[in-house]
Design a protein around this ligand. Structure first.
Ligand code: PMP
Ligand code: GLN
Length: 388
């Protein structure tokens, strides 16, 4: 038999699926894969349920329901001051995951270089490679995860088609500052490159930090693709409703990919997402402040046990160094060990690198978008285990 495509068939199963399966097997408290215990705003879920019962459950327009595209455009104006034409500049996708695939397949020509920042979300590299892109990886260094400006500048050249990055950033919880975005923007302008920015955690920032879209920086309106996700903004990760915003000419090839991948996204979920994006500011503020309290609750608990807890400025996640606990294995070993022996699951941060064996091996990522009782149970179990 002939072999399948090697770029994809040589990959393992994603770390999220692996660790969640292990958590189920050992009935551990799962702080690995990022999904909230919270059900999300009732009006958002009710809107989707009502639409399912009473709405038009047939193919919606390929670009997305007009109501959702209008809501995406209005939301961009409200939170980023961006003027967006909902008819030509917004595309609805089946989650940010599809959006990322559409962007990369729609923009990359084989041989184009793509700048990426490690640690990176796990879907980026396989899709870049499958699209024929040549990855140019630049690493952030823990514990501060600052942008290595000289290395980043050296990664760009005139073959650079685009930079793909994520802010607020999973897994290291960095929120890019305006100067850092300005540095990236200057490189994009200098080398005529696009910025594809995964902004799924745009509403989950802490300690008065605000998410800034690189699209708002001078010269970037026409060369940025901005990606959002209803899953993250409304705590419904199973919905898989994403949205892409880009200048009309840039969005066109992205929509061409979308039309042959999924073509459309369930209309009732699009309707629910539209209701969500129109919720008042108080909702978005409390999403962030609730999450910040959960971050503090988990981070304090982990620090009391003896983890070296790194700063988390946004997202659902906090990263910790476990070496002070006296554990001598890798981050993989640690995550398996605590799942089985302590009944708590996290994910190894090395899984967010191209070559995990060459990545830092002593950081693990905990997810804190959980009920307080879940967070407390995890801390209690880890405390009991490491106190012995
Ligand atoms: N990007 C990042 C950084 C993520 O953490 C996630 C997690 N779900 C996604 C994209 C995918 O989002 P979606 O579930 O909307 O496909
Ligand atoms: N984004 C989630 C995380 O980082 C998981 C998404 C997935 O399972 N693919 O944990």
């Amino acid at each position: 038999m002939k072999s399948a495509n090697v770029t994809l068939s040589s990959l393992g199963t994603t770390v999220f699926e692996v660790m969640s399966a292990l958590a189920r097997e050992h009935q551990s408290v799962n702080l690995g894969q990022g999904f909230p215990d919270d059900k999300g705003p009732e009006e958002v879920r009710r809107a989707a349920a009502d639409y399912l019962l009473n709405g038009h459950n047939q193919y919606p327009p390929m670009m997305g329901l007009p109501e959702l595209r209008q809501a995406v455009a209005d939301h961009a104006r409200r939170f980023q001051g961006l003027a967006v034409d909902w008819q030509t500049e917004v595309l609805v996708t089946s989650g940010a995951t599809e959006a990322l695939g559409d962007c990369l397949f729609g923009l990359i020509e084989p041989g184009d270089e793509v700048v990426l920042i490690e640690p990176l979300y796990d879907s980026y590299l396989p899709i870049v490679r499958r699209a024929g892109g040549i990855p140019r990886l630049v690493r952030l260094q823990p514990p501060t995860w600052q942008l290595p400006r000289a290395e980043l500048a050296a990664a760009f050249n005139d073959r650079t088609k685009l930079i793909l990055f994520n802010t607020p950033m999973n897994p290291c919880s960095k929120v890019f500052a305006r100067e850092e975005l300005g540095f990236i923007a200057d490189l994009c302008l200098k080398h005529d490159a696009y910025a594809v920015c995964d902004e799924v955690y745009e509403h989950i920032t802490f300690d008065d930090r605000r998410h800034i879209s690189i699209m708002t920086l001078p010269g970037m309106r026409e060369r940025t693709v901005r990606i959002g996700s209803a899953g993250k903004s409304f705590s419904v990760t199973g919905w898989k409703v994403g949205y892409v915003t880009a200048a009309a000419g840039l969005l066109k090839p992205i929509a061409k990919t979308h039309q042959f991948m999924t073509f459309t996204t369930p209309p009732n979920l699009q309707w629910g997402a539209a209701v969500g994006l129109r919720l008042e500011d108080a909702y978005f503020n409390s999403l962030a402040s609730d999450m910040q309290r959960k971050r503090d609750r988990l981070a304090d608990g982990l620090a009391r046990i003896g983890f070296d807890v790194l700063a988390s400025h946004g997202t659902y996640f906090v990263t910790s160094d476990f070496r002070q606990l006296g554990f001598n294995g890798t981050d993989d070993d640690f995550c398996r060990h605590v799942t089985v022996a302590a009944g708590v699951t996290a994910v190894p941060v090395s899984a967010f690198y191209d070559q995990p064996e060459r990545a830092p091996r002593h950081f693990i990522r905990f997810c804190f978008c959980k009920d307080n009782s879940t967070l407390d149970a995890a801390v209690e179990r880890l405390d009991k285990h490491f106190r012995r």
